[in-house]
Design a protein around this ligand. Sequence first.
Ligand code: AMP
Length: 281
Amino acid sequence: MKVCTTIPEARAACRDARARGKRLGLVPTMGALHEGHLSLVRAAKAQCDAVAVSIFVNPTQFGPKEDLSTYPRQLDRDCRLLEGEGVDILFAPPVEEMYPPGGVTWVLVEGLSEKLDGRSRPGHFRGVTTIVAKLFHIIEPATAFFGQKDAAQVAVIRRMVQDLNFAVEIVACPIVREADGLAMSSRNAYLNREERGRALVLQWSLQEARQQFDAGERAAAKLISAAKEVFAGEPQVVLDYFEIVDPDTLDPVERISQKTLVAVAAYVGMTRLIDNLVLNP
Ligand code: AMP
């Protein structure tokens, strides 16, 4: 695995792979890798001839009161995991490489960036789209792999790719879960034992919505109130949002008549967790 920390090195490694006729896949991450990330790497390995992974804890997608300074960083371990998966190129730049002084240009997907997580985390998606656009320019992947776990992020990035004519195919991969159903996340490491137990309420609320849907309920408001009742049983977990939306526009739907995203975010102690599922009538 070629490890690159500068943009010229990464560009050269990727150009070299492409020159050898390889279809290049990119998996952007913030590191502290778990099976969720590795599932994206495996999908990239399966669909591309060469795989680049980026590890960059992107400061511009964190709010001033968020966990940028405490976000888990474990580059050596991540490197070993990626070596084990047969990754070709790792791009792990320092912050100054991606954001040298004087930068004033942003990529903003208007509207979509203020929905779901964007509403609770002002500026978050502007940071995400800006760094992902930069990565796309540096790596020039044929395909980029993202997790459905961050469903709003997938919608925002798809829109950016369409609006800015990026020549990259976006693939969304299924959510990887712990044995008890908790969606894997680097932030799960923040949870103490009690919080780890309480965190299951996100998954239970989604399951409640799915059960009502399977029983024939199509009114979004009914599913939302049933899910909120599940949260009422776990008062120490603070619900941020439970929404039923169109997966592309992220606008709320009233009745579920086509593919629909059910998304939840909640604070378990200080830790903000998200999860979602897709309903297909
Ligand atoms: P992050 O390091 O949190 O920025 O995540 C990097 C990528 O991994 C994003 O596309 C995430 O959606 C994806 N990802 C994170 N957790 C999971 C998971 N449990 N299952 C599938 N993909 C995930």
